[in-house]
Design a protein around this ligand. Sequence first.
Ligand code: PMV
Length: 331
Amino acid sequence: MNKREVIKAILQDAYLQLPKNNSGSAFAPTNIALVKYWGKRNTELNLPMTSSLSISLGEKGAKTTLTLHEKSFDEIYLNNQLIAIDSAFAKKLIQFLDLFRVSHSHHFKIDIHANIPVAAGLASSACGFAALTQALNKIYGWNLSFKELSILARLGSGSACRSIWNGFVEWQAGKQMDGMDSHGESIDIQWPELSIGLVIMSAAEKKISSREAMQRTVETSSLYKVWPEKVANDLPLVKQAIAQKDFILLGKTAESNALSMHATMMSAWPPVSYALPETTSAMQQVWELRQQGTDVYFTQDAGPNLKLIFLKQDSSVIQRFFPSIEIIHPF
Ligand code: PMV
């Protein structure tokens, strides 16, 4: 099955119809995986090898507005700046829009406002495709369910299927070839004390996309074969930690999961490392703080930045160690 067939199965009669409205707008939070998604069993449909579990970052994310316009091409603005139509960013977005329309039948002005650095491992594609999918739902008037929106967002970027919800979200890997059982599911537990701190080493665009790095890892890394076992071990632990509000279990499982994911990349060939020297020293600082008795843990995605995980009560100690940290309260 290809993307168009999946979209047709979801939209049915509404597939390839003209928009019902002149504009559609939606916000989606970015999400940080506590148990990571790394590796696909189907690269066309972004079907993952394993399930994963994330936390959405509340007000940090992207707001996307689609407006129909008379021009014969799409125009993309990111934070009010016109994006070159032949850039990788624009191409990926337009390819996604093309899946939903008869070619040249209509075009959009696309306005994206993101309050996180784009393409720097801060899961900007996750909130980007989740917001875009929901803006499409509004402009075309599809009235889709969250589950259907999650499946469509996944076709843009895997992790986007988790950004349809706030709070904790599990992405069920699913078993079906068409991926209709591979979507996010909200976990209805609030944890108001939980804090996430963004430690930004670089907002520059990453040198290797997560898509490419993942594929290379699956194909060449000798450590990849143990990755599904690691996830099978960590997922129930993180769920237990959330249910029991066991912060130490949550932190250590998330940190260990992230380090294991990066180990699979380091053992790929050619090797992939997203770390800068500053990333490694920030990790050492976290370990140092833990030795001094502060319960703080980190996770890292496809970029050099770290996301610290801690409880509100420890905010001031952590701020002293990481003066530039941006603290987010997801609940
Ligand atoms: O959805 P993608 O292709 O941007 O991949 C995301 C991969 C990680 O951020 C590293 C892990 C995750 O689960 O979000």
